[in-house]
Design a protein around this ligand. Structure first.
Ligand SMILES: [Cu+2]
Length: 307
């Protein structure tokens, strides 16, 4: 190996360190530019706008502060012992052979905490998963490569019944073309919902697995081809504009798979839905789908399970 003088080596080390630093800085800058738009504190959770989301937040807060307290306690003790029992000339080392009382305490305490958290989380989970209230507004949400479509009930007030096995490039909602409600259904590329009213979603996928993800609603549910995911319901607590972002890597266009959500007052919602329902009252059968290229992947959907 050739002899290496210390000066060029040090220079090389510094330049590598600097280029690494510049790269890291640019990377961090890119990430921050790409990150979703947030209101207020960008380090905390995004604002929560659903009733069930508040319960999820409560659990997150309990777990966060418990973990923070344990972190400070454990690291504090560790640092104290490092300093108090450091190597000093003339002081003999102290050997500990364990302490049964301490062992019992630090095994029992976390067990109780974990059990309490499990029981409480389970209660919240059941609350979130209970059937949607009677007065819910039911909306069919359909995902495909690479977008979202919503189907609202028409003038009859009821969605045209659908079967997942009937979903195809020529019948993208799997409804019966003969049923008059099929033509009455209102199709939208944005999810418009009234504030303060329970909204029940029927989640569908036409091709591959997608994911309905709205951080502000504290909702995250996969949409699975061949199935109707029917447990998702929520009630918005305030108006605003949000976004559905597909959270399941579903292909090359995954990054553009978004749809706007508008939480509006009941009055504004009626103003939005009424003209559309009236327009469809005597409309012909639905138009062709936006992505006919996905025909092949739909042919094997035979199950009509409902979760
Ligand atoms: Cu997707």
């Amino acid at each position: 190996m050739p002899a290496m003088t210390s000066a060029p080596f040090a220079r090389r080390l510094i330049s590598r360190f600097l280029s690494g630093g510049v790269f890291f800085f640019l990377f961090a800058l890119t990430c921050s530019v790409m990150a979703e738009e947030r209101e207020g504190n960008i380090y905390g959770l995004p604002p929560c706008v659903t009733t069930t989301g508040e319960q999820v937040d409560f659990i997150i807060k309990i777990i966060f502060w418990l973990t923070a307290a344990v972190f400070v306690l454990v690291q504090g003790t560790y640092i104290y012992y490092l300093i108090a029992y450091r190597r000093r000339p003339g002081v003999p080392a102290h050997y500990s052979h364990g302490n049964n009382t301490l062992e019992i305490i630090w095994t029992t305490l976390p067990t109780i905490v974990f059990l309490a958290l499990a029981i409480y989380s389970n209660r919240v989970w059941e609350e979130i998963h209970r059937p949607a209230p009677e007065n819910s507004l039911t909306i069919d949400v359909s995902s495909y490569q690479f977008g979202w479509e919503m189907r609202y009930p028409g003038v009859s007030g009821k969605l045209a019944p659908m079967e997942v096995r009937k979903i195809s490039p020529t019948n993208r909602w799997g409804t019966d073309p003969e049923d008059p409600r099929t033509a009455q259904d209102v199709i939208s590329t944005e999810l418009v919902i009234p504030v303060g009213r329970p909204v029940h979603l029927l989640l569908h996928a036409r091709d591959v697995i997608h994911s309905f993800y709205v951080p502000e609603f504290r909702l995250y549910q996969d949409c699975v081809p061949g199935r109707t995911i029917g447990w998702v319901w929520f009630q918005a607590t305030r108006t605003g504009n949000f976004q559905i972002a597909c959270n399941q890597l579903c292909g090359t266009g995954h990054y553009i798979m978004k749809a706007p959500i508008k939480v509006v007052s009941e009055e504004e919602y009626q103003k939005w839905i009424k003209p559309r329902q009236e327009k469809n009252a005597g409309a012909p059968a639905p138009a062709a789908p936006p992505s006919p290229a996905k025909a092949a992947s739909l042919t094997d959907q035979t199950s009509k399970n409902t979760l």
